[in-house]
Design a protein around this ligand. Structure first.
Ligand code: SAM
Length: 251
């Protein structure tokens, strides 16, 4: 039920304002992102990731990469320049449809809808690289987030690299998420998504966080090894006081 609601919310956003729902930059709301500019951010992100990977000496091979919560394939496309094969998975059918259309010209990428609470569709140790950014923070349930992190560790080959981001701290005032609660309540009453989004300026997006030490313990419990972390103050939809941490994990 919860997964169905999350999928509905992301499908709503994929139809209303997909680029901004993915990258909430000032001045870009209400379909003001330029497509080339949007995808250029993913190429730059993938290049920076590979430079960082080189420093860490992982992954040992660049055969197969996973982009979990790929959205429109912004970063998946960038990763395709560095790996033999890239697979993007997303909970939203509309995002996946958009990704397939946007990257029909790229041979070594594919996109799949995954509404399961796990990555059971993929074998153990079947990826050299697993990436997830701006996704886990939108999964409302901490146990679910932990389960996905366990799955990144499971599908990772020995010598591979998993890189995932989520906030490690959100100030109490932002945890109330009244816009999201109101969106859910009114949507259930039958108010249309465009009215909620455009006229009432409400958003269905959840914001979750898990403190860094908890993630460290989780990674240990999955038999993986934390190589490094990067923590930054996150701007964007939520402003000051939010800390976002990226974890670099190997097996
Ligand atoms: C903010 S967008 C980020 C997209 C992409 N990672 C990027 O950086 O361009 C979040 C994406 O995560 C997807 N998502 C949210 N919950 C998910 C889940 N449980 N499983 C898979 N995808 C999920 C949404 O549908 C959406 O496309």
């Amino acid at each position: 039920m919860q997964v169905e609601r999350q999928a509905r919310d992301w499908d709503d956003l994929a139809r209303l304002d997909p680029y901004w729902a993915i990258l909430t930059r000032p001045g870009k709301r209400f379909n003001r992102w330029d497509s080339a500019e949007f995808f250029a951010t993913g190429a730059a992100e993938a290049d920076a990731l590979m430079a960082r990977s080189d420093q860490l000496g992982r992954p040992e091979r660049r055969e197969r990469a996973l982009d979990f919560g790929c959205g429109l394939g912004r970063v998946t496309r960038g990763l395709a320049a560095h790996f033999d094969e890239c697979v993007g998975v997303d909970i939203s059918e509309d995002m996946v449809r958009g990704a397939r259309e946007a990257h029909a010209d790229v041979e070594n990428v594919s996109f799949e809808v995954n509404r399961a609470g796990d990555l059971g569709r993929f074998d153990n140790e079947s990826f050299d690289f697993a990436y997830s950014t701006i996704v886990l923070q939108h999964v409302p349930d901490k146990e679910q987030i932990a389960a996905y992190i366990g799955e990144f560790c499971r599908v990772l080959r020995p010598g591979g690299l998993a890189v995932f981001q989520l906030p490690s701290h959100i100030p109490a005032i932002y945890r109330l998420q009244w816009r999201r609660r109101l969106y859910g309540a009114l949507r259930r009453l039958g108010v249309s998504a465009p009215t909620l989004y455009r006229r009432l300026r409400l958003l269905p997006i959840a914001m979750s966080y898990i403190p860094e030490p908890e993630i460290g313990r989780l990674i240990d419990s999955f038999g993986a090894r934390l190589l490094d972390t990067d923590t930054v103050s996150a701007a964007g939809m939520l402003n000051s006081g939010v800390r976002s941490t990226t974890y670099f994990v190997t097996r």
